[in-house]
Design a protein around this ligand. Structure first.
Ligand SMILES: [Zn+2]
Ligand SMILES: [Zn+2]
Length: 335
């Protein structure tokens, strides 16, 4: 295949806009509807291919600037269509358990109205606008033949009104995506072959790369692969220790509390965070225990708490060492 740039009469650094414009001009001349020459259809196909190929190459080079050089070199070696990148929003439950979801992928297709040419054939010819019917255009080099009408001064084609001459239209494709368990914020889910098609059908299409984003949740928060849960627990339970049920995306997680002071406690449960995936180990479950003190005590409850308090204060040295020491200091000072 001759060089695509050469075929379209373009410089190697041509922009997408220049590529489309060059193709449109040439397509006006070579479209089989307009050109009776026997090789017109074949040449038109080559132009179309060159156009698609150049645009795909521009797209491929603008995707993922931080891809490592090795994978980029490999991508060059085995030509394929450009990758598409899109964000996929997941609930925390989906990140943990995986599942299926449906996704709309906007894709460029050849315009059905003009069969991808960007040109509409008119039943009635009309005067060519750019040259005002003269067939020639005034340039710095003098009068040259008008490329829009090929010097005829009239034209029986115009830019397709459905796609504004682009030759493409955006169609949303519905795709069912299987989500493996253990996807974290920023992870990439790669769907092979679901990206842009290659201009040459012998090469495979690009990939669709889904960048995972985690929706905020009322109870849970993900920090990397760790799951943080803020959970209210009775201050007395925290003081005594024992079993506590903590909500978890998979249901509930029973955790065992050691007896300890209720304030500012964080419990770490290894392996109960986001499940392991690939070479990434499972995260931790981090429970931020929020102590809740009893309110509105009845007289009977108050009496029983008072009895307990009296008992603990009597042995202050072992239960309230700071209190016991404060009393000793006060005693020393008074003497
Ligand atoms: Zn003209
Ligand atoms: Zn069209």
């Amino acid at each position: 295949m001759p060089d695509a740039h050469h075929l379209l009469g373009l410089q190697p650094d041509a922009s997408a806009h220049q590529i489309r414009r060059a193709f449109r001009h040439l397509a006006m001349r070579w479209h089989p509807d307009r050109n009776p020459a026997p090789d017109a259809a074949e040449h038109f196909k080559r132009l179309r291919q060159a156009h698609d190929e150049l645009l795909a190459a521009l797209n491929a080079s603008s995707v993922e600037p931080n891809a490592d050089a090795a994978s980029r070199a490999q991508a060059h070696a085995e030509a394929r269509g450009a990758d598409l990148e899109q964000v996929l929003d997941l609930d925390i439950e989906q990140c943990f358990l995986g599942g299926r979801c449906e996704l709309g992928v906007p894709q460029l297709h050849p315009c059905t109205h003009c069969a991808g040419t960007g040109i509409e054939t008119l039943t009635v010819s009309r005067m060519c606008e750019p040259c005002r019917g003269s067939g020639r255009i005034r340039t710095a080099k003098g009068l040259v033949r008008c490329t829009d009408c090929d010097g005829r001064g009239y034209s029986s084609a115009r830019a397709c009104t459905h796609c504004a001459g682009a030759g493409t239209q955006t169609v949303e494709r519905r795709l069912e995506v299987r989500i493996p368990p253990g996807m974290a914020e920023g992870d990439e889910l790669r769907l092979a072959g679901e990206g842009r098609p290659h201009a040459d059908p012998r090469h495979r299409p690009g990939d669709l790369r889904l960048r995972i984003r985690c929706r905020p949740h009322a109870l849970f928060r993900l920090e990397g692969r760790n799951l943080v849960v803020r959970h209210p627990v009775s201050a007395l339970r925290q003081l005594m220790g024992g079993s506590v049920e903590v909500p978890h995306p998979g249901g509930f997680e029973a955790i065992m509390l050691e007896p300890a002071a209720p304030s500012g406690r964080r419990i770490h449960v290894a392996g109960a965070g986001l499940p392991a995936k690939g070479n990434k180990p499972a995260g931790e479950l981090i429970v931020e225990l929020e102590p809740v003190w009893p309110r509105n005590l009845t007289p009977s409850q108050r009496t029983r708490l008072q009895a307990l308090e009296n008992e603990l204060v009597a042995d202050a040295a072992s239960h309230y060492p700071e209190l016991a020491q404060a009393h000793t200091f006060a005693g020393d000072a008074g003497r």
